[in-house]
Design a protein around this ligand. Sequence first.
Ligand code: SF4
Length: 249
Amino acid sequence: MSKSRSDPTLQMAGCSVSALSAGTACALPSQSGISDFILPEDYLKGAPRRDLTLPDGGRKLVLHCCCAPCSTAVIECLLQCGLTPLVFFYNPNIYPHEEYETRRLELWHLCKLLNLECVNGDYEQERWQREVAAGLELEGERGQRCLKCFTLRLDMTAVFTLKRGLKVFTTTLATSRWKSKAQVDTAGLAAQQHHPGVTYWDLDWRKGGLVERRYALVKSIGFYNQRYCGCAPSLKSAQPAAKQASGPS
Ligand code: SF4
């Protein structure tokens, strides 16, 4: 991926609740079809104890999020460590648009409950088809298409990080056991190299009790059940019920 990628048109998700509000309802758009979930009583209190510091020594970073189920435990961990994530949803891989909106709105709702800023990148499906999937439609998961998919998404995350004047970004992409952390790290480091001034934080978000915490939160919150990674080829190859809520994009 080159430096010449155009900036995404950034759209504010309108997250402006005044205080951290575990147990508080924030209504989803009525047409969304997503359950109006609340946070469990032990949110933050039940997080595994970690003592994380950012590579730049700061308190704020960009967190690229693929969906709410993959993000919940990571966000909780960051908050528990006194770090503030600026959530960035740039996932043009997700198909069809209805599925994209479902995942986007669920994450938006989570951020609203937590008083976190959540920014959407463009839904560049045509670009994703052209730059990522073309010729690689038959690749399996963890193949070349996935590496290119991560590369596009994290390259744009690096662009966004610079645009917002921050220095560090990370992603929830490798929280799922279906994903290759090595591929995600390769993409993150490439983005760092292409955009001097930003650092990709390669922390392993599957360690330190976060996988167990993720499953507990997903179960208690009752997120929408994702049945495939996200893109059209993964939808096509998904076996019925092969992937449950814990294995998304
Ligand atoms: S399977 Fe998932 S990671 Fe791989 S290309 Fe499709 S959406 Fe991207």
